[in-house]
Design a protein around this ligand. Structure first.
Ligand SMILES: Cc1ncc(COP(=O)(O)O)c(C=O)c1O
Length: 383
C-alpha cells in the first residue's frame, strides 16, 4: 500500500500524523461519478467525516455537494467553495444561531428532525422574511445491522420523525407559511456493508411517498442519506466500495415520480480508505499473556476502536522480521486505548513505524485534546 519512497519520507516526519492518499480519493470519486452522478443522482459529501480543505477541494471538483450537521460545517463548506444550493443541513439539535446561518445562505435544504424544529424554523424564517427549503427527516424504523452507536433509523433512536407523529405533521404543515416542503430525508446508520437494509429502506420510502402524495404533497426530491460501509479488515482488497451495486440497488428499488431527484449523503465510503494514521512504536512491553506494542498515537487521534470497538488494520512499515503476536496500544491512560488485540505482525522494535489503516473517515475530525495532547498534522500524497 505504501511505496518505499513514501515510507522514507514518513521517517523524517514528526509522528503521529495523518496521511491521505489523494490518488485513491480521486479514483473513488471517479467511481462515484461513473455509477452515481451519471444516473442523475445528487451526492452530498458528509463533511463530518473529514473537513480538511485538500479533500474538500477534490470532492468539490468532482461535482458533489455537502451534507452538514452544524453551523460551523456550513461555514466550512462555503469557505471550501461549495455553493449554498449544494448544502443540506441535518441534525436533531440545531441552535437558533445555526438555523440563522442556514437561512442567511439560503441553503438547499434544512433536514428537519422534529415537529418542534419545524415550528422554530418557520418562526425564525418568517422573522427574517425568508422561505426555508425543508426536507423532513423521517425515521423509517429500519434495522441497519451495524453497531448500535451508529444505528440511526430505529424507533428507539433520537433521529427523525417517527410514524406515530405523521398525523400531527400533516395537520401542522399547512400552517408553516415560511417553509417550502421540498423533500423527505432518511439516514438509517453508518458502516452498512450488506445492501439489504438499503433495500428495506427503499420499500419504506416508496410507501411514505404514496402517503405524502395522498396528502397532496408533490416532493421534488427524496434524500436517502449515507451509510455505505467500507472493508476495514482488508483495505487493500477493497480500496473502493462497490458503488455500482449500491447505486443500482436504489435505481431498481425506488419508485420515483416524474422529474423527482434523488440525493445521497455519503461520508465514510468516500474518504474512509484514503486516510491512515502513521505512528511510531515507543516501547515493546512484555505482558503476562501478550506483548504490548505501545505506539505514539492513541484514542486521542483515532477514537473509533475505543468508542465503537472498531477494528482498523495495522500495517508495520519498517520491519519484515519473523512474526510475533501483539496488542497494539496507545499511550493514553485508558485501557480502551487499544487499536488491536492479539494480532500477528512482523516483529517490531522501538522506533518502527506502523500505519493504522482506513482512518480517513471519523478519524482526524474526532480527535481530542485529552491528556493535553496537541492536534496532529495531516499530509497528502502531493506533499
Ligand atoms: C444525516 C447523516 N447523513 C449522512 C451521514 C454520513 O454517513 P456515512 O459516513 O456512513 O456515509 C451521517 C453520518 O452520521 C448522517 O448523520
Amino acid at each position: 500500500m505504501f511505496s518505499s519512497t513514501q515510507i522514507e519520507a514518513f521517517k523524517k516526519l514528526q509522528t503521529p500524523f495523518y496521511f491521505y492518499d489523494l490518488d485513491l480519493l480521486r479514483e473513488t470519486l471517479s467511481q462515484i461519478s461513473e455509477h452515481g452522478l451519471s444516473k442523475g443522482f445528487h451526492i452530498h459529501f458528509a463533511i463530518k467525516a473529514n473537513f480538511n480543505f485538500p479533500i474538500l477541494k477534490l470532492i468539490k471538483a468532482a461535482g458533489l455537494g455537502i451534507d452538514c450537521v452544524s453551523g460551523k460545517e456550513i461555514e466550512r463548506a462555503i469557505e471550501a467553495g461549495f455553493e449554498p444550493n449544494q448544502l443540506a443541513f441535518a441534525g436533531v439539535g440545531k441552535t437558533d444561531d445555526e438555523i440563522l446561518t442556514g437561512l442567511r445562505y439560503n441553503i438547499f435544504s434544512f433536514n428537519c428532525e422534529s415537529l418542534q424544529e419545524l415550528e422554530v424554523l418557520n418562526e425564525l424564517a418568517s422573522k427574517e422574511g425568508k422561505t426555508a427549503n425543508v426536507s423532513i427527516r423521517l425515521n423509517p424504523n429500519v434495522e441497519a445491522n451495524t453497531h448500535k452507536y451508529i444505528t440511526t433509523g430505529l424507533n428507539e433512536n433520537k433521529f427523525g420523525i417517527t410514524a406515530d407523529k405523521l398525523p400531527a405533521l400533516f395537520e401542522l404543515l399547512p400552517s408553516f407559511k415560511a417553509l417550502n416542503l421540498t423533500g423527505i430525508h432518511f439516514h438509517i446508520g453508518s458502516q452498512i456493508r450488506d445492501l439489504q437494509p438499503f433495500a428495506d429502506l427503499c420499500e419504506k420510502v416508496n410507501s411514505l411517498q404514496d402517503l405524502f402524495e395522498q396528502k397532496g404533497y408533490q416532493l421534488e426530491h427524496v434524500n436517502l442519506g449515507g451509510g455505505y460501509g467500507i472493508d476495514y479488515d482488508a483495505p487493500d482488497d477493497e480500496p473502493i466500495p462497490n458503488f455500482k451495486a449500491f447505486f443500482e440497488l436504489f435505481e431498481r428499488k425506488l419508485e420515483l415520480r416524474e422529474g423527482q431527484k434523488v440525493h445521497f449523503e455519503l461520508g465514510r465510503s468516500i474518504v474512509g480508505q484514503c486516510g491512515s494514521l502513521i505512528s511510531k512504536v515507543l516501547f515493546i512491553k512484555e505482558g503476562i499473556s501478550t506483548n504490548f506494542a505501545v505506539i505514539d498515537a492513541g484514542m486521542t487521534e483515532l477514537i473509533r476502536p475505543a468508542l465503537y470497538q472498531a477494528s482498523h488494520k495495522v500495517d508495520v512499515l519498517t520491519s519484515n522480521k519473523p512474526e510475533k503476536t501483539y496488542d497494539v496500544v496507545g499511550p493514553i491512560c485508558e485501557s480502551s486505548d487499544t487499536f488491536q488485540r492479539g494480532i500477528t505482525l512482523p516483529k517490531i522494535n522501538r522506533g518502527d513505524l506502523v500505519a493504522i489503516r482506513s482512518a480517513g473517515a471519523y478519524g482526524e475530525v474526532m480527535s481530542s485534546g485529552f491528556n493535553l495532547r496537541e492536534r496532529v498534522k495531516a499530509y497528502y500524497t502531493e506533499d
